[in-house]
Design a protein around this ligand. Structure first.
Ligand code: UD1
Length: 386
């Protein structure tokens, strides 16, 4: 592809997509590409959507699919059914999808069958945990993508081990960190600490939304027990995801844990930046805390982002209450030293624009009409081990 008049559809659907798509759109437009922003509508609340568009300065979507909530099949199916005719109408040269949510997979599947080239930003991340819907979305999206844009060397190694061709894999760095660095000074101007009566280094920040943690009352009760014990040493602030709100209200939240509404982007970055420790089951938060150098304890048994453990500030604690408490005490006593992984330098989206528009391997990229099935690559086409 060349930048002049290249038409690219950029897809976003839910909260963790917005900070990833924004720098990619900007980089493509700076290079002269014609970008259409398609919003699938997977997230739609003010607190999950609108505030991010405002904070990040993302223009209103050019097209809105209004998919909304539902089961995985309903949500994925609604996005696919709405995206297919839109893609036929727009007939872009390429589609860019980011991350691992249901909208990512839905638009990837439609694109792969319709013909435009497909680029996956954040390719190659693997938790090897097939109970996570996001793992299914990641593996399947990579499988039908032409450009696999990996955030780190470990992600690229995963792709190579699954049989993808070297000319499909591009280690470009982490676009989420582009947005973090671009907005950090603005975030530090936020008055969120004053509003909540917090001081820098004087609290722990908690996020919980993963179905495995919040949909099962036994697991959630155990997590709350651990949080209550930790709050005895370090008061905790928990901005609430809508998925978790009902369950938390049912079970009741112990003292020392303060529930607040889900935060916007700038406020949430400010809260992470000033926290003594962050406890989370999110993927992106593991990365942002590593880039900020803030200790992170992940309330999951695995991570698709091992670089945050190997090089960053992340420690996996699982969901056993005793282990969580012991891990947090250890981290508070001796915060992990860390460095920011290579290419997490604020310029990942520039590299992505380069890959898509300058050629490089893209010069040899087959045209949409004669795409080589990935099964043609050695080893590809076999289902990864489960
Ligand atoms: C989705 C993503 C997850 C991501 C998370 C970030 C998938 C499979 N999961 O999970 O990877 O980390 O977003 O938030 O795509 N709801 C609202 N308002 C909204 C959106 C959702 O109230 O704007 C409620 C609905 O009751 C909905 C529930 O939250 O049923 C879950 O939303 P959904 O988009 O299905 O998944 P998330 O848990 O948000």
């Amino acid at each position: 592809m060349t930048s002049t008049s290249t038409r690219i559809v950029c897809v976003a659907g839910a909260r963790p997509n917005y900070m990833k798509i924004k720098p990619v759109m900007d980089a493509l437009e700076r290079r002269g590409a014609e970008v259409t922003l398609v919003h699938t509508g997977q997230h739609y609340d003010e607190s999950m959507n609108d505030v991010f568009f405002r904070d990040l300065g993302i223009r209103p979507p050019d097209r809105y699919l209004g998919a909304g909530s539902g089961t995985h099949a309903e949500q994925t199916g609604r996005v696919m059914a709405a995206f297919e005719p839109l893609l036929a109408e727009l007939a872009p040269d390429a589609v860019v999808v980011v991350g691992d949510i249901n909208s990512t997979l839905a638009c990837a599947l439609v694109t792969a069958k319709a013909g435009p080239l497909l680029a996956h930003v954040e390719a190659g991340l693997r938790s090897r945990d097939w109970s996570m819907p996001e793992e299914v979305n990641r593996v399947a999206t990579d499988r039908v993508s032409d450009y696999l844009l990996a955030p780190s060397d470990d992600a690229a190694a995963n792709l190579r081990s699954e049989g993808y061709r070297d000319d499909q894999i591009h280690v470009v760095g982490n676009v989420m960190i582009d947005t973090l660095f671009a907005n950090l000074e603005r975030a530090r101007q936020s008055d969120v600490l004053d509003r909540y009566g917090l001081t820098r280094g004087g609290y722990g920040l908690v996020t919980l939304h993963r179905p495995a943690n919040v949909d099962d009352p036994t697991v959630l009760r155990g997590l709350l027990k651990a949080l209550a014990e930790i709050a005895g040493r370090c008061p905790l602030l928990l901005p609430v995801h809508p998925r978790a709100a009902g369950r938390l209200a049912e079970l009741g939240v112990p003292g020392g844990i303060r529930l607040v509404p889900a935060a916007g982007y700038l406020d949430f970055i400010a809260l992470q930046d000033a926290a003594r420790v962050v406890l989370t089951d999110s993927g992106g938060v593991q990365e942002e805390t590593t880039a900020l150098g803030v200790p992170c304890v992940t309330l999951r048994e695995n991570t698709e982002r091992p670089v945050t453990v190997e090089q960053g500030t992340n420690v996996l604690a699982g969901t056993d209450p005793g282990r969580i408490v012991a891990t947090v005490h250890r981290v508070l006593d001796r915060p992990p030293t860390a460095r920011c992984p290579g290419l997490w330098d604020g310029r990942a989206s520039e590299r992505i624009a380069g890959v898509l528009l300058d050629g490089g391997s893209a010069r040899t990229r087959p045209r949409p009409t004669d795409l080589v099935p990935h099964g043609a690559a050695a080893g590809a086409g076999t289902r990864p081990p489960r």
